[in-house]
Design a protein around this ligand. Structure first.
Ligand code: BTN
Length: 239
């Protein structure tokens, strides 16, 4: 994986999308000074200081869209969890794009596809990781959040963390594109914090509530509502 370090940038996702043609496949664009980070659902991603990671992986697997590409967020969720686990913590996935520790958010993913002339120009997998923050900085965020230094009681070396993460990503990525979500399903489910719990999922403008029962072979969330109707959701956000 190639590294592209930016001294300061408004958003690594925005930069990656705007420069998609020049950036080669499997490049990680990263900064320690992100001034206007963006999250899902038009939310912002707060700047937590220079000892945290703000990065976007640029992928160009093919110029047509294949179903497995929508599972790349799940692959990155798993890899983030496995990297956190190396530090002795127990991360959980909040479907589809957050990582939590003890119910507090430590990382979020924003996946975006760039299209042009009817073709897929690339996929940008952006992620922010709270590595080294303080309780005071975290208090500013609109939801319960934590960081790896707080959970471990140790300062985290950001270069080492990024290296571990990119190594794991490279090891799995090609096989994942070939084999699909099934390759990681068991490892993913083991870390899914939401299964067998009551959840409400926002799907576009609709809210679906019920018990999260399973993750299908395609990586969709299977939910059973109070009238025993089954819903299979490929997109959405757990509220
Ligand atoms: C979310 O939790 O809603 C997703 C947050 C994604 C934040 C990262 S930080 C690096 C990259 N650049 C951005 O502007 N956003 C992503």
């Amino acid at each position: 994986m190639k590294l592209l370090y930016l001294e300061e940038i408004d958003s690594t996702n925005k930069y990656a999308k705007e420069n998609i043609t020049q950036i080669s496949d499997s490049t990680i664009v990263y900064t320690y000074n992100q001034t206007a980070g963006r999250g899902r659902l038009n939310r912002k991603w707060s700047y937590m200081g220079k000892d945290n990671i703000y990065a976007s992986i640029v992928l160009k697997p093919s110029d047509d869209i294949r179903p497995v590409y929508s599972n790349l967020t799940q692959l990155l969720c798993l890899i983030l969890c496995q990297t956190f686990e190396e530090y002795g913590v127990i991360p959980k996935i909040k479907w589809p794009n957050d990582i939590q520790i003890k119910g507090k958010k430590i990382s979020g993913i924003l996946a975006e596809a760039v299209m042009g002339e009817g073709k897929l120009k690339g996929i940008v997998l952006g992620f922010g990781i709270n590595l080294n923050t303080t309780e005071d900085i975290l208090k500013e965020i609109d939801q319960p959040a934590t960081s790896l230094n707080i959970e471990t009681g140790k300062t985290i070396d950001k270069t080492e963390f990024l290296q571990k993460l990119t190594n794991k990503f490279c090891l799995l990525y090609n096989r994942f594109i070939e084999d699909g979500f099934l390759l990681i399903r068991e490892d993913y489910i083991r870390r899914a914090g939401f299964l067998n719990k009551e959840v409400s999922v926002k799907v576009l403008e609709r809210i679906v509530s019920g018990i999260a029962k399973d993750i299908t072979e395609e990586g969709a969330l299977k939910l059973v509502d109070k009238n025993n109707n089954e819903h299979v959701l490929l997109i959405g956000d757990i509220l």
